[in-house]
Structures are given as C-alpha cells and as structure tokens.
Design a protein around this ligand. Structure first.
Ligand code: 5GP
Ligand code: ZN
Length: 110
C-alpha cells in the first residue's frame, strides 16, 4: 500500500523507533498520545480494518495479544489502568488495522 502511513513506518520509509518488532507485528508510540502510555500494535500485513479479519488470522491475533501482554508488563500497567481499543468506521482514521494500548492517565478519547 503505497500511500499508507503505517506501511511506510513498517517499511522504514518513515523513521520510527519500535517498542516491539517481529516478522508479523510492530509496536510504536502514537504521534499524538491520548494517555500516559499510548502504543499502537500494528500487523506488518496491510489489513484495512477489524471487519476484514477471519479465521486465517487466528495466529496473528494470538500474537497481538501476546505483544499486548508483554507491553502491559514492560510499562507496569497490570496494577494500573489500561485499555485496548480498535476503532472502526468513521472513528478509524488510519486505514491499516491497529490496536491502541492506552495506559495510566487518560488525556482524551482515542
Ligand atoms: P485511528 O483513529 O485510526 O484508530 O487511530 C490512528 C492513530 O494513529 C491516531 O491516534 C494518530 O494519532 C496516530 N497516527 C497518525 N499518524 C501517525 C504517524 O505518522 N505516526 C504515529 N506514530 N502515529 C500516527
Ligand atoms: Zn498499510
């Protein structure tokens, strides 16, 4: 996807420090954080939206939750507050599937 901002980040056309990186997923800080911790977990493959997921993505989905678990621990959020958010429809602004991990104090809605 040539014009997809997250594909550009994944392909390192746009420099961005990754908090996690595997052959299937990356995680990086949101450019405009809505909470103390605001990390985006993004599959490398360009899936447009949550509604495009099917059982062929079951391994990928388990991997996403494993990364979320790891990031929750690394950021000491398990005894604090955290949420996992997927936006859809008009609430989704970047058309490349991503999960928002939000933790600590909230500043605004995602
Ligand atoms: P959505 O509304 O699609 O669920 O969320 C998109 C998120 O991506 C927003 O929280 C926005 O701040 C973030 N975002 C948009 N462009 C960039 C970017 O170039 N870099 C990073 N790190 N985050 C971005
Ligand atoms: Zn993309």
């Amino acid at each position: 996807m040539e014009e997809c901002i997250f594909c550009k980040i994944i392909n390192k056309e746009i420099p961005k420090e990754f908090r996690f990186e595997s052959d299937t997923l990356v995680a990086f800080d949101d450019i405009s954080p809505s909470a103390d911790v605001h990390i985006l977990i993004v599959p490398r493959v360009h899936i447009e939206k949550m509604l495009d997921l099917n059982k062929n993505h079951s391994n990928l989905l388990v991997q996403i939750f494993e990364v979320v678990n790891r990031l929750v621990q690394e950021n000491n959020l398990s005894g604090d507050s955290y949420r996992l958010v997927v936006n859809g429809g008009r609430a989704q602004h970047v058309p490349h599937l991503h999960f928002h991990l939000l933790g600590g104090q909230w500043k605004k809605m995602v």
